[in-house]
Design a protein around this ligand. Structure first.
Ligand SMILES: *[C@@H]1O[C@H](CO)[C@@H](O)[C@H](O)[C@H]1NC(C)=O
Ligand SMILES: *[C@@H]1O[C@H](CO)[C@@H](O)[C@H](O)[C@H]1NC(C)=O
Ligand SMILES: *[C@@H]1O[C@H](CO)[C@@H](O)[C@H](O)[C@H]1NC(C)=O
Length: 416
């Protein structure tokens, strides 16, 4: 019995192999059919669908796979993937051509385990809608995620943007059912120039898609599309607690802190601007990169001057990119010089302006007092004259004098 079954088994295998080899060289496969692209109204999220070639329905043993190739309009490259499914969803920039190709692939028993791909493909190119005034779209779109707490996006107008234009910003990511409009627009001169997402957190490490479209009296504006992940848009707040001291006669220690927030400490890196004035008056400027919030520098002479500023950003171990923070205020050693240098030329000129303003105000007040006093002295005899001379002649004078030292009372006098 065992013998017969094994013989049968071998015969079957030979038969299958023979059939396979017969097919192997003759077999070709057709491309998929009914390739369709459906825009789901989520700022370029498109569902691509297709059907297996009808010639394949006879080959029940073959489970086809598909090779999908599409031009990624955000990354500017072709993406290729294989799937046994008949549908795939991905995001396109709908203001550009959407180009898709799908091939059929056979592999397995029916092809003697060799992979066969259709010679031709099903292909489609969607042209962007040609609505909207050309060259009137939003430009220079940028998003800044301030200290990983508050996202602000902004854009500029093109030269051809009509003055009556009103821009709208919409955004979408995969946890949203529909595109959502900006929660709070940033206005500049009454014109929408950006969007403040305060109080509306967006997910990190997720592609966020933005669309800026709009309308104007001349017609709709051309829509523009952008995509980014917000952890790559972080601008840290500048370090604000700087400590500078000599730890010994030969070392200068500088350490600092970033303002408290939800920034992961191990993700920060810093750049220190070191301004050194030697005893000979020679000035040098150094930029020092550091992954720890401290620096120790050799220090030889207490007559030299060292000033520091520091700025911060997220490092490349945590995010793909990050903006530098603003520079911190400056701190110097020795401390006495610190004040002069830290104040800097702008601060000095500010205090000069304040002094000048105070002096002018004092002079004005004093001269007003003197003037008022002089007039009051004059007013004494005036009243006597008033009682003596005809009313018509003096009324004017009295009014003017009273105006100077009792405006309110004067009003009632005049009304009476
Ligand atoms: C089928 O595949 C096997 C192994 O993969 C190979 O040895 C055989 O020659 C193939 N048959 C033909 C006809 O190509
Ligand atoms: C955005 O909103 C935050 C919090 O409400 C606020 O602190 C910030 O100043 C706003 N930014 C602009 C540019 O209006
Ligand atoms: C802007 O885009 C949104 C989202 O797609 C859409 O709902 C809205 O009607 C568009 N507005 C204009 C003026 O085109």
């Amino acid at each position: 019995m065992a013998n017969t079954s094994s013989v049968l088994h071998s015969l079957m295998l030979i038969f299958i192999t023979w059939r396979g080899s017969m097919r192997c060289c003759a077999i070709t496969v057709d491309p998929p059919e009914d390739l369709a692209v459906l825009d789901s109204g989520r700022l370029g999220q498109m569902q691509i669908t297709w059907r297996p070639p009808s010639s394949l329905t006879k080959m029940t043993k073959c489970l086809p796979q598909y090779q999908l190739e599409y031009f990624n309009t955000y990354k500017n490259n072709w993406e290729t993937l294989r799937t046994p499914r008949r549908t795939y969803s991905t995001q396109f920039d709908p203001s550009k051509d959407v180009h898709i190709k799908v091939y059929t692939i056979l592999n397995g028993e029916c092809t003697n385990n060799t992979m066969i791909m259709s010679k031709n493909c099903a292909e489609t190119i969607l042209k962007p809608p040609s609505t909207g005034i050309l060259d009137a779209e939003a430009k220079a779109f940028i998003c800044v995620y301030h200290n990983m707490e508050n996202l602000e996006c902004s854009w500029t107008h093109s030269l051809k943007t009509p003055p009556s234009a009103l821009h709208n910003l919409y955004f979408w990511h995969k946890s949203l059912d529909q595109a959502v409009e900006c929660p709070s627009y940033i206005l500049s001169g009454g014109v929408r120039k950006g969007c403040n997402f305060s109080g509306k957190p967006l997910p990190e490490f997720t592609d966020i898609y933005f669309c800026v479209n709009g309308s104007s009296r001349e017609g709709p504006l051309k829509a523009t599309f952008f995509s980014l992940q917000i952890q790559n848009q972080v601008k840290v707040t500048a370090p604000d607690k700087l400590h500078l001291q000599t730890s010994s006669d030969t070392e200068l220690e500088f350490h600092w802190e970033n303002p408290a927030g939800r920034l992961p400490g191990h993700c920060l890196e810093w750049e220190v601007r070191h301004h050194h004035v030697g005893t000979d008056g020679k000035i040098s400027l150094n930029h020092i990169h550091t992954e720890k919030p401290r620096l120790t520098l050799p220090f030889s002479n207490s007559n030299e001057r060292n000033c520091f500023q520091v700025r911060s950003r997220l490092n490349s171990y945590c995010v793909d990119q990050s903006f530098w923070s603003d520079w911190s205020h400056e701190t110097c050693h020795p401390v006495l010089d610190n004040r002069e240098i830290a104040l800097g030329p702008e601060m000095n000129s500010v205090s000069i302006y304040i002094y000048v303003a105070v002096v002018i105000i004092v002079i004005l007040v004093v001269s007003l007092c003197v003037w008022a006093a002089v007039n009051m002295r004059k007013a004494g005899p005036q009243k006597k004259v008033d009682s003596l001379l005809p009313k018509l002649l003096t009324n004017n004078l009295t009014q003017r004098v009273s105006k100077i030292y009792s405006g309110k009372k004067m009003c009632t006098d005049v009304v009476i």
